[in-house]
Write a protein that binds this ligand. Structure first.
Ligand SMILES: [Mn+2]
Length: 282
């Protein structure tokens, strides 16, 4: 496959801080060579950067990065390449998915957390806990509309996979939503059945992999580890099940703070996940 890696090396508007260091770490661990060894062609790395003349703010900088990601993803696809976004924050997904319109998009969101708080429900104020909510059009309407190509994704074609640390308002929202939420215990065995319930034939898929969906025994992905996560085998099997049902338009690996990944287990898992995402036929 012809791949373009798009790096978004920021966490909460701070470059190279915490999970902002993840994208560069994956490269230094040999990601490009690894992908080439699998037969893929990999274009020169493209780094998405915030405007250095603007003062950083968590919200403003995040949306600025989303706008740039959206344009980059659209350009990459127009050139016939497959965009793989390596981002510190999950909210890069707003940009990535905006770069795929007007296609009908399907979202496969692997995450230990729900990322579906809104400014009215968040208890932490962490913008990244609202990434999926923004994708769905639940909040930040004015800023989301500033992202080129932005259009909310339908909950009917949104899958939250492996989430196990949900805030009460997120639980409540998911219970009343058409989103399919599959707990770790159902992955991968029940996935084919859950995928079959949804019309995916004409959809363009987006795999969003927050590496904290992995069990901490694989390795600690970031500062928010949650027990009871996916094994590497469960993750790659789930990706294969998704791949067998839908064509992918883009993928992202996010929320990886290498300082916590002492044994490099998460790094190896990220490579294995990308192999599954990029296997022949995408
Ligand atoms: Mn996340």
């Amino acid at each position: 496959m012809d791949i373009q890696l798009l790096l978004v090396p920021y966490d909460t508007a701070r470059r190279q801080w915490r999970s902002g260091a993840g994208p560069e770490h994956l490269l230094q661990a040999g990601l490009t060579t690894h992908l080439q060894g699998r037969g893929h062609s990999v274009a020169d790395i493209q780094v998405i950067e915030a405007d250095p003349d603007q003062p950083p703010t968590e919200i403003g900088t995040a949306f600025e990065l989303m706008r740039r990601v959206a344009v980059a993803v659209r350009t990459v696809r127009a050139a016939g390449q497959f965009p793989v976004v390596l981002s510190g924050n999950c909210n890069s997904a707003v940009g990535t998915l905006s770069g795929l319109t007007p296609a009908r998009r399907a979202v496969f969101w692997f995450d230990a957390h729900g990322d579906c708080n809104t400014p009215d429900t968040t208890a932490t104020g962490f913008l990244d806990g609202m990434g999926l909510a923004t994708v769905l059009g639940l909040c930040w309407h004015q800023l989301a509309a500033s992202v080129p190509g932005y259009h909310p994704v339908s909950p009917e074609v949104t899958f939250l996979l492996g989430a196990r640390d949900l805030d009460p308002p997120e639980d409540e929202f998911l219970a009343g939503s058409a989103i399919t939420s599959a707990p770790v215990s159902q992955i991968p065995a029940r996935l084919p059945e859950l995928l079959a319930r949804v019309e995916l034939d004409d959809a363009l898929g987006y795999i969003h992999l927050d590496l904290d969906v992995l069990d901490p025994r694989v390795g600690q992905a970031n500062s928010l580890p949650v027990r009871g996560g996916l094994s590497v085998e469960q993750l790659t099997a789930a990706i294969a099940a998704i791949r067998s049902r839908t064509q992918l338009g883009a993928a992202a690996i996010t929320s990886y703070a290498p300082e916590f990944d002492v044994q490099q287990g998460v790094c190896r898992a990220a490579f294995a996940a990308l192999d599954a995402i990029l296997a022949d036929g995408a």
